[in-house]
Write a new protein. Sequence first.
Length: 362
Amino acid sequence: MRQKQRIQLTIQEPWLDHEHAKELQAISCLLKDHPNLAELVLQDLVAASGAETDQGAWGLTADQVLRCLILKQMTGFSYRDLEYHLSDSRTYGRFCELGFVDKPPSKSALQATCKAIRPETMEKIHLELMRSPVVQKIEPGQKVRLDCSVVGTNIHEPQDSWQLLDCVNVLTRLLGAAREILGPSKILFSDRTRSAKMRHIEICHGKSEERRNRKYQKLIRITEEVCGMANEALAVLQIATTPELAKIRDELIHYLELAAKVLWQTQQRVFEGKSVPASEKVVSIFEEHTDVIVKDRRKTLFGHKVCLSAGKSSMILDCQILEGNPADSDLAETMIDRLVEKYGQPSIACQTLRKSNKISDL
């Protein structure tokens, strides 16, 4: 059963006389001044679960989910660490509205509920808080600084041999899951993960290009062999009768498409010496949305370019996640227009920035 907020709270610990506790208390008061934020979160939770708010067992309220997410972002905890600290810390339990008799949420519950909040909802929450009178006193928005940065995705070095090894590992795992359900008589395949790993290690330690290319040829043959076995298994899974088999089939199709791209780009880069355009390159089969970011002559980064608008107090007024690697100088007017749309009339700084048509410190 899902609620927006708790009207009658259980017995809770008082706030501690500590700087961090006072900070959390101030955030808690700000959230209580905006009860409509919990309504936005509640809509996402209901949409994600597909159940009505008056059905099922009692769970975290929408307000508690929002507080848990804020706490996770502030501290950088993993969901496992957050589960532990909510159980162990009086202050964190107080901030998330957990009482003496309340059972702390598990990491799986925290992960499911926090990830249910859509980015569009988080943007609305941020905008609502930035427009509040309390925040306006701290950051009136008269001076603005725009800056671009890169947020890296959690991937390993996008080496071609790594990519091929990932394809072999994932396809083999999916074939094993299908064989456990249907039996070894219907899903026939050989586990080539060990051979693929050995070829990858030999490529990494190869002292000459000729030796590395020979190992690449062997690794490509192994990958093609595993892809062939996966295609044979797809013929059996096309008539999947259970949701589990249908999920395995869809994942096989998805990763087979990525494996084909990885094989093609490896052939282009390693054997033909051609460069692959960044828009066509696969740098990770797990985070395929990752962009290749090159800033000046510095090290190539892999992730997403973000453009931040910060006020005089260093409070972030706006953040835009960009696609690809657009030039910084082309983003000035776009960010100004976003600030005007969200906060009304442009400040003096924005007017100056529009005239200069470049991102700079103001």
